[in-house]
Design a protein around this ligand. Structure first.
Ligand code: SAH
Length: 384
C-alpha cells in the first residue's frame, strides 16, 4: 500500500499511524489485512495492519517485511512481558500489553493476579487466527487461571466489527483479589470500568501516600485506589464518587484491608461547592476526574471543569496541605493542565509548589515518537 509524502514522513519520524487522507490507494485491501507499506517512490517503509473503518487507516507493526504474523505477535507479547518484569515492582496487577506502545496496535492486556483481561480495538486484532495466537502466547508465558475479554460495544461499532459480548476466552475463574503496594483489591472480570481498575495510577497512589497526612478527601474515588493508600498515613479518609456500584466495591476493599473509610455518593461538583462554601477543611485532597476532553472540540469546556474542581479543592486545603490533581484527557496537554492549576492558585491566592510532576505508571509506556501514548497527568502539590 502506498502512502503520501506526508504519511511517509510521519513514519520516518517514528510514528506508527497513517491517516486515511495520506493513503494513496487502498483498493481491494481487506479489513484487518497485513500490508506492506511503501512511499510514493515505492521505497518500502515496513509492515502494517489495515483498518477499513478507522480514520487511522494503518498502524505499523514492524519496520521490516513480515513473513509470519503469528511469530511476530508471539515475539511482541514476550517482549512486552519481559519489559514489565524489568520495570514493575510490588504488584500482581499491571498492564501487560499497551497497544501501540508495545507495537501491538489495537490490543490491551491487563493482569489482575491470576486473571488476565483483554481488549481488542481493531479489525486486525479481531480475527480468529490472531485471537488464538494471543491467547496461547499469554497462557504459555503466564499460565493464568482464566483470560477474559472485555468488549466495548462502541469501539466495535466504530471499527465496523460484528457485535460480540464480553466473555471468558479461557478458564472459568471470574473473580480474584489482586494487590499493589501492599493494598488489596477485589476484582470481578466483567464488572467496573475499563478492564476493572485504573492500573495507570498505581505509582501515583504510592506518591500520594508518601506525602498525605491528616484529614483526606479522595474525589472521584471509584474503587478507592487513592483512598486506601492514603488511609495508611491519614487520620481520616473520605471517598466521593457518583457511582453507587463503584462505592460498594470500594467499601468491600476497605474491609479487605481492615480500614475504615467514609464513602459518599454524590456529584463531585455539587459536593465540592457545598463543602467549600460551608468552610470544610482538609489536609490532603485528591482529584482524579474522568476524561473531560474526549476530543479536541470540547477542550475549553474541559479546562473550565478542571479549573473549577481545583479552585474548590484549593479553597478547602489547610496551609501546608497536599493537593494531588490528575487529568487523563489526552487532549489536555501537560502545559494546559499546569496552566489551569496555576490559574486556580492565582484566583484563590494560594502558593503552590510542585512536589512531583507525574504521569502514568511504567507498565503503560510512553513511546516518545508517538505522543498519543502519553495521556495521564498527576501533580502532587504542596499548598501554602
Ligand atoms: N481515582 C480512581 C479512578 C477515577 S475514574 C482510581 O484511582 O481508581 C473516575 C470516577 O469518577 C469514576 O468512578 C466515576 O464513577 C466517577 N465520576 C464521574 N463523574 C462524576 C461526578 N460528576 N461526580 C462524582 N464522581 C463522578
Amino acid at each position: 500500500m502506498k502512502v503520501s509524502r506526508r504519511g511517509a514522513d510521519r513514519l520516518k519520524g517514528g510514528h506508527v499511524w497513517v491517516y486515511r487522507s495520506d493513503i494513496v490507494s487502498a483498493d481491494g485491501v481487506a479489513p484487518g489485512a497485513l500490508i506492506s507499506v511503501a512511499d510514493d517512490r515505492e521505497k518500502p517503509l515496513g509492515t502494517a495492519l489495515y483498518s477499513s473503518a478507522s480514520q487511522i487507516a494503518i498502524r505499523m507493526i514492524s519496520k521490516d517485511a513480515v513473513r509470519d504474523l503469528d511469530d511476530l505477535l508471539r515475539k511482541r507479547i514476550q517482549e512486552a512481558i519481559a519489559y514489565r518484569e524489568r520495570v514493575v515492582r510490588d504488584t500482581d496487577a499491571y498492564r501487560i500489553v499497551f497497544s501501540e506502545a508495545d507495537f501491538l496496535p489495537g490490543l490491551i492486556v491487563d493482569r489482575y493476579n491470576d486473571l488476565l483481561s483483554l481488549q481488542v480495538l481493531t479489525q486486525a486484532m479481531d480475527t480468529e487466527a490472531v485471537r488464538q495466537v494471543i491467547v496461547s502466547a499469554l497462557s504459555d508465558r503466564l499460565a493464568p487461571a482464566a483470560i477474559a475479554e472485555r468488549v466495548d460495544p462502541r469501539v466495535r461499532e466504530l471499527e465496523q466489527l460484528p457485535a460480540r459480548s464480553s466473555g471468558l476466552l479461557q478458564g472459568e475463574k471470574k473473580s480474584t483479589v489482586f494487590s499493589m503496594n501492599g493494598v488489596r483489591f477485589h476484582h470481578e472480570a466483567f464488572e467496573g470500568q475499563k478492564t476493572g481498575a485504573f492500573l495507570d495510577q498505581r505509582e501515583n497512589y504510592m506518591a500520594a501516600a508518601q506525602y498525605a497526612r491528616g484529614e483526606a478527601l479522595d474525589v472521584f474515588c471509584y474503587h478507592g485506589g487513592f483512598a486506601l493508600h492514603l488511609a495508611q498515613h491519614c487520620s481520616k479518609v473520605t471517598g466521593v464518587d457518583s457511582s453507587r456500584p463503584a462505592l460498594e466495591v470500594a467499601d468491600r476493599n476497605a474491609t479487605l484491608n481492615g480500614r475504615e473509610i467514609e464513602w459518599i455518593e454524590a456529584n463531585a461538583f455539587d459536593l465540592l461547592r457545598d463543602y467549600a462554601s460551608s468552610g470544610q477543611q482538609y489536609d490532603t485532597i485528591v482529584l482524579d476526574p474522568p476524561a473531560f476532553a474526549k476530543s479536541k472540540s470540547n477542550l475549553e469546556t474541559a479546562l473550565r471543569g478542571y479549573k473549577e474542581l481545583n479552585l474548590r479543592a484549593l479553597k478547602m486545603l489547610r496551609p501546608g496541605g497536599i493537593l494531588v490533581t490528575c487529568s487523563c484527557s489526552y487532549h489536555v496537554s501537560s502545559a494546559d493542565f499546569l496552566e489551569v492549576v496555576t490559574q486556580a492558585s492565582r484566583d484563590m491566592h494560594r502558593n503552590l509548589r510542585i512536589v512531583e510532576n507525574r504521569t502514568q505508571a511504567k507498565d503503560h509506556p510512553i513511546l516518545l515518537a508517538v505522543p498519543e501514548t502519553a495521556y495521564l497527568k498527576c501533580l502532587v502539590l504542596s499548598v501554602s
